[in-house]
Design a protein around this ligand. Structure first.
Ligand code: C2E
Ligand code: MG
Ligand code: MG
Ligand code: MG
Length: 279
């Protein structure tokens, strides 16, 4: 028999679990409604060259202003949208909006090209229409293909290899750049890199966070950057927050970075202002 206190604890646990499930169900309903009501927004975070501080591109990041909860983190709602399948349509909206924005900026300042980096979830990439959608958005907007980067994750590259590799090859043959996001957090990491044709590694923030306090982590990061150089891949370090991190990464020959030290994700208007005031 369960002691009374244990029973009470169990019931509290059960109630909490129940509340969490209901909360997720509610959020999913809200997500569908937000999509139907066109309530999502994009923020644009500059990607800079660490040596010069110049902005070379932007990452498009989804924002969901929820009527009661305020801004809901994409880390919370993207997995829900993946589960429900909404991510396919939502991701298509992100792609269309980010490409249209990049193309407007490019038409305004063709002498100063900047790329747009768009996150693509596994389920979205695997949807049969994805590659054609990308080509259609480039054709519609007139954005040169080399100014579009697609960020994928290591998990996309596990299993189902042939179709995914063929799709990546088609995208790259058209001039689109491919980037591995959150690099170092997945399992496959170093060994498959020579077989996966990508252009860029985005070094995960969890590495950047530790380089100032751990010599071993710093060595590991140096090793990743050297390996990337051997494979002719660019490296973008994510989540740079301090000058010390910036300095260590630059010394380690990491060429690009993004983070709160340089800029937070900006509204489209603020990103436009930042571009427009450049020489
Ligand atoms: P991510 O693609 O790795 O994006 C980088 C995240 O780090 C962003 O969080 C960005 O705001 C945050 N960040 C950038 N610099 C710093 C920094 O210096 N310090 C800290 N603490 N954070 C920094 P965000 O916007 O909350 O997005 C979280 C994740 O949600 C993204 O991680 C990405 O995996 C996913 N996500 C966002 N937008 C999209 C989208 O349009 N489609 C898909 N499939 N996923 C998205
Ligand atoms: Mg990303
Ligand atoms: Mg990332
Ligand atoms: Mg990350």
């Amino acid at each position: 028999t369960v002691p009374a206190s244990g029973g009470a604890r169990w019931r509290r646990y059960e109630a909490k679990l129940h509340a969490e499930v209901l909360d997720r169900m509610q959020l999913r309903t809200d997500l569908d409604r937000a999509f139907a009501e066109d309530a999502f927004q994009l923020a644009y975070q500059p990607i800079v060259e660490l040596g010069s501080g110049r902005t070379v591109g932007f990452e498009a990041l989804l924002r969901w202003p929820h009527p009661e909860r305020g801004m809901v983190s994409p880390a919370l709602f993207i997995p829900l949208a993946e589960e429900s399948g909404l991510i396919v349509d939502l991701g298509a909206w992100v792609l269309r909006t980010a490409v249209a924005t990049a193309s407007r900026w490019h038409r305004e300042r063709p002498q100063d090209p900047m790329y747009m980096s768009v996150n693509v979830s596994v389920r979205q990439f695997r949807s049969p229409e994805f590659v054609d959608q990308v080509f259609a958005e480039l054709a519609r907007s007139g954005l040169p293909a080399h100014l579009l980067t697609l960020e994928i994750t290591e998990s996309l590259l596990l299993g189902e290899h042939e179709q995914i590799h063929a799709d990546i090859a088609r995208l790259r043959a058209a001039g689109i750049k491919m980037s591995i996001d959150d690099f170092g957090t997945g399992y496959s990491s170093l060994s498959y890199l020579h077989r996966v044709p990508v252009d860029t590694l985005k070094l995960d923030k969890s590495f950047v966070d530790t380089i100032t306090t751990s010599a071993q982590q710093l060595d590991l990061v140096r090793g990743i950057i050297q390996l990337a150089a051997i494979l002719a891949l660019d490296v973008v370090a994510e989540g740079i927050e301090t000058e010390e991190e910036h300095g260590l990464l630059f010394e380690a020959r990491c060429r690009f970075g993004q983070g709160f030290l340089f800029n937070r994700p900006l509204t489209e208007a603020d990103a436009h202002t930042l571009i427009a005031k450049r020489e």
